[in-house]
Design a protein. Structure first.
Length: 378
């Protein structure tokens, strides 16, 4: 299949693995970089194809805050569970249905449990599906849980514009969108809570197709962090890692595009125009990273009638994160799933404690499904 099989060619993968094996292993800072894959799709691909096992000794590959479900603040999960009066229809992407609310909160613990108790919860594949549900049910309010990065925000914005054009008054969104570049800046800023000694970023392909590679130039210019936008197949990711290692070894900090078949420096101007017409940047709370200025999206005032939080105001108490759960540290790249005392014990895909085990793009879910292979040294 074009643009798939050729990027999984075993001979090419093995050749790239041999190039990686030539990486110097003198245990110096230059030969021991920490690279972070930002996107949850990269995280799952790396685990599924066993790419960590091809890394040379001394090179660390950690996962970052690239799973939109995982970084959604606990308070937003709790609020969406509490919103509505039982007569509304809640629409959401599938990953969110099993994300647990705070321990100790009143009411159903997940959207799945809420559906079992009688609330109409629908799984949709796009915000336009949620809008269609609103058209089909004019007597009920339909609330869409708008979670995601710059990849999904233009589609949500388009649904709001369509609702306005058609005069659909029973559709609203609960906006939990996040912006990737501010989160990456929070990770590498000196003195920040999430600072973790990152030597380079494998940048997300889907997000970059929208915002363009130039959106990350500040990371190389101001923070001297090498970056490569990579695709999601094994050869894509290995080429991206090699490019980062070359930059690191040569003391360069640039923004490279490996995923040139989908990503340009400029990105998708039309998609950004739609997104910026409906949304404006706002301060946002990230699980694991805390509050980051101008890292979220909020509806502009002229589209405030579609804001579910204004239409259905609720207050929820603040709860602590589940005891022992390391999702926050894992999202910063400061811990691996195996270091979490709950991983594989009280936290499994069947009974998840944290969102990193729930989402199909979550780091814990990837490690649980595809456990790392331990290399035995001769």
């Amino acid at each position: 299949m074009r643009y798939l099989d050729e990027f999984r060619d075993a001979n090419i993968v093995q050749a790239l693995g041999r190039k990686l094996s030539e990486w110097p292993d003198d245990r110096s800072p230059k030969s021991s970089p920490t690279l972070m894959e930002v996107c949850g799709t990269h995280t799952m691909a790396i685990a599924r194809h066993g790419l960590r096992e091809l890394l040379p000794d001394g090179v660390r590959l950690v996962s970052g805050p690239g799973c939109p479900v995982c970084v959604t603040a606990q308070g937003q999960i709790d609020k969406f569970l509490a919103i509505g009066d039982g007569q509304v229809i809640k629409a959401t992407f599938g990953d969110l249905v099993r994300v647990p609310g705070s321990p100790g909160r009143a009411g159903p613990s997940t959207l799945e449990a809420e559906r079992a108790s009688g609330t109409d919860v629908r799984i949709v594949y796009s915000p336009m599906d949620a809008l269609a549900i609103a058209k089909e049910n004019p007597g009920k309010q339909v609330i869409f849980f708008a979670v995601g990065f710059e990849t999904t925000a233009p589609g949500v914005a388009a649904s709001v514009l369509e609702a306005e054009r058609e005069g659909i008054e029973n559709y609203s969104i609960f906006c939990a969108h996040k912006l990737v570049p501010p989160a990456l800046e929070a990770l590498v800023s000196p003195g920040s809570a999430g600072e973790s000694g990152i030597s380079g970023f494998i940048l997300p392909g889907h997000v970059s197709a929208i915002i363009g590679a130039r959106a990350y130039e500040f990371l190389a210019r101001e923070y001297r962090v090498p970056c490569v936008v990579a695709g999601f197949e094994p050869t894509d990711i290995l080429q991206g890692i090699l490019a980062l290692l070359r930059q690191h070894l040569e003391g360069r900090a640039e923004i490279e595009i490996q995923y040139s078949r989908a990503v340009t420096p400029e990105g998708n101007a039309r998609a950004r125009q739609i997104m910026e017409r409906v949304f404006q940047p706002c301060d946002a709370e990230w699980r694991g990273l805390g509050g980051i200025p101008r890292s979220g999206l909020d509806l502009r005032e002229e589209y405030g009638t579609f804001d579910a939080e204004k239409r259905f105001p609720v207050e929820v108490p603040v709860f602590d994160e589940p005891a022992g759960c390391l999702c926050g540290l894992i999202l910063q790249g400061r811990a691996t799933p195996e270091e979490c005392p709950l991983f594989g014990r009280s936290c499994t895909p069947v009974a998840p404690v944290g969102p990193c085990m729930v989402s199909s793009e979550g780091t814990c879910a990837a490690w649980y499904r595809y456990p790392p292979v331990r290399r035995v040294k001769a």
